[in-house]
Every structure is written in C-alpha cells, then in structure tokens.
Design a protein around this ligand. Structure first.
Ligand SMILES: Nc1nc2c(c(=O)[nH]1)N[C@H]1C(S)=C(S)[C@@H](COP(=O)(O)O)O[C@H]1N2
Ligand SMILES: [Mo]
Length: 187
C-alpha cells in the first residue's frame, strides 16, 4: 500500500520549481475569467486607438495590426485566483514595436488599457514596455477565442493576468498610475 501524501500543489512545485509562484496550482484547461459578458467584435470592426502622452497618435485596424511584425512568446501565465497555466504560446505585435510607432513622451509614466465591454486596467510604463508583452491575437497557432479576448488582447505575462486586458480597444499613455477596474476593488 502506498500513501501519497504529496498534495497537488507540492507535486506541481516539484515539477516546476520556482516557475510556480507560491500558492498557485497548475491547470491543463484554460479558465475564462471575465467580469460581465463577452463582447463580440469582428476583425472588420476592430480598432485600437493609441493616444495620450505620445508624439504620434495611432489608430490601427485589423489590417494595420496584422501588417506589423509578429512575435511569438512561450511562457507561463498566472491568475490571482490561484491557477497557473504552463508553457503557453501566444503571438502578436510586441509592445516595444508599438511604442516605436507612437513615440511615448518622456512625461508618460503609466498606461491605461481600455476594453470593448468597459473593463480597464492600469500598468506602469516599465511593466508595459517589456519585450515579452504583446498585443496578442494568436494562441497555440489559432486565432484567439472570443472568451479569451479575441480578436485581440493585451498579454503581460510577468504580471498576474488581470493586467492582460481582453478585447483591448484603447491604450492611453498617462503621466502617473491610476486605478483600473479591479484596482478600484482593491486588487
Ligand atoms: N476586458 C477584460 N479583460 C480582462 C478581464 C475582464 O473581465 N475583462 N479579466 C481579467 C482577469 S481577472 C484575468 S485573470 C484574465 C483572464 O483571462 P482569460 O479569461 O483568458 O483566462 O483576463 C483579464 N482581462
Ligand atoms: Mo484574474
């Protein structure tokens, strides 16, 4: 008889070591966490406006987005509701590429991401400008599903996933950090 006294979390930790933040459990599926309904925006209607403290405001439509160089990122994602999903593959336009297009002004210190459906989230510019961050529209080689933010979401894997705004429609450069949707509820 064998008693298996290792908890699920201990096993995950044994397998992944410090890739797994404290208290997180590995999931195989990909949970959907949305406040409210799923906005459906076709790629024909999709627009992203980049504005605020930038030298050149930008409005991208789907053709404009997909014409930009595409970057692939392989990494783990973590949600504060304690799930982690390991070894994911996302593709899209890298945020540094987008920043080159708009030329952020020196007085900008943060970004507010605005979404179809009304959600918003704030990020410090240093957290936003990282190489592995994307305007993501492909997941595991397929178009990103609507429940997960399709046609296009922000992907900021070094932060807990609530910063990865789904259905992003605006990126506003601001001088200092302001609270977004969850942040106003104490996250
Ligand atoms: N527009 C929008 N983006 C959002 C959310 C949301 O409710 N609306 N939820 C956030 C939270 S709390 C998490 S954990 C992730 C979940 O992404 P997923 O549903 O693709 O797993 O999206 C984030 N981005
Ligand atoms: Mo979350």
């Amino acid at each position: 008889m064998v008693f298996d006294i290792l908890s699920r979390r201990d096993k995950d930790r044994e397998k992944y070591g410090n890739r797994l933040p404290n208290g997180q459990k590995v999931v195989e599926n990909w949970p959907v966490l949305t406040h409210g309904g799923t906005p459906r925006t076709s790629t024909d209607d999709w627009r992203l406006r980049v504005f605020g403290l930038v030298e050149k405001e930008l409005e991208l439509d789907w053709e404009g987005l997909t014409a930009l160089p595409r970057t692939k990122v392989h990494t783990d994602i973590h949600c504060v509701t304690t799930w982690s999903k390991m070894d994911t593959n996302f593709e899209g336009v890298s945020i540094p590429e987008l920043l080159r297009q708009v030329q952020v002004k020196p007085e900008a210190g943060a970004v507010m991401a605005h979404c179809y459906g009304g959600y918003s989230t704030n990020l410090l510019l240093d957290d936003f400008a990282r190489d592995e961050n994307l305007l993501a529209y492909i997941y595991e080689g397929e178009p990103l599903a609507a429940e997960h933010g399709g046609p296009c979401r922000l992907f900021v894997p070094h932060l807990y996933f609530w910063k990865s705004a789904k259905w992003v429609k605006g990126l506003e450069f601001i001088s200092k950090d302001e609270p977004g949707f969850w942040e106003r509820y104490g996250y």
